[in-house]
Design a protein around this ligand. Sequence first.
Ligand code: GYE
Length: 383
Amino acid sequence: MKNEDMKKMHPGTASRGMHRIVCHPERREGSFKKKIRILYLLAILALCLMSGCGEKNSAVTEENENMHITVGFSQLGAESDWREANTRSIRSTLSRENGFELLFDDAQQKQDKQIIAIRKFIQQEVDYIVLAPVTETGWDAVLGEAKDAGIPVVIVDRRVDVKDDELFTAWIGSDFAKEGAVACEWLYEYTKAKGISASELRIADIQGTLGATAQIGRTEGIKKGAAKYGWKIVAAEPADYTRAKGREVMERLLRTNPEINVAYCENDNEAIGVIEAIEAAGLKAGADIKNGEILVISFDAARSGLNMVLEGKIALDVECNPIQGASVRGVINSVNEGREYEKYTYVTEMAFSADDTVQSVKIGDEDYRITTLTEKLLEMREY
Ligand code: GYE
């Protein structure tokens, strides 16, 4: 299947990476089972017709009911608005009406809970596993077990760092390093336009869960930006992507590093907690660094974060698109029907600013558009 076709199938996604013809060895057994089921159905139907039965049609209906594709979904947690939107997207797409039976497990940000959930899905003989992994490492053994059981695994959101990438079928998610680069190029252009010199910036990086792909990419972004433009990162601390932790970390940092004038928050919930801490300290979150405001940058562009952009408290919110259900469904259906699919699919993303000082940034050869947020735009958002 060509990239273009893939885009048509899954609006809002862009694909790159290996094309592959899917004649998945793991699925051969599945499609064999399906053929047996179809033969069984035909046999029942023939028997019914021969005996002129009316009541026995219920056997057919019942068997039809069992034709659902069973999917075990190990979601890493419910720590943020982004995560909840991601869960909603996958749950509503892999629904009964769409032909799926979804088993859902929330691991409360604990990898061991995810491993237990995956082992349970294997025991339950699900047809597919969808995994949103909390961190990148530590998945080889359990994904090996899924592979041995012939169950394809679709990874969503963060990545897994495994020795053999045949341990998973496909990955769908964001380009986190690019998100970080967009934020930094915007900060460079913005401060340049406002006459703020690089040496004036004192940045606090409020990091996500350490070892999560989103944290690795976004932290790498600000480190590279600082090295490229000569900014000073005065503190970098994880806050687990939660509002409470974001507030706690920022309260402490404002005491130990009162010179901080940029808070680079690696998600919206952290940013909201950080803004609470700034205000509780009698300071102001805003873009006017020269007059003592603390400029807040965030990621996700969930509704809660974008409300803060409209209020001018978050200067830039780089979108991370959680609507991944259609892409997951597309991959599962392709595998199931022996069609081609993409090994890696990147969702498309935007960036929203509180004012129109910077309207685009250069990311490699690309002119990346920065959208000034309006109430109307916010109303149109899905999450
Ligand atoms: O930015 C954050 C969430 O991995 C992209 O995890 C995800 C991040 C997202 O908790 O809000």
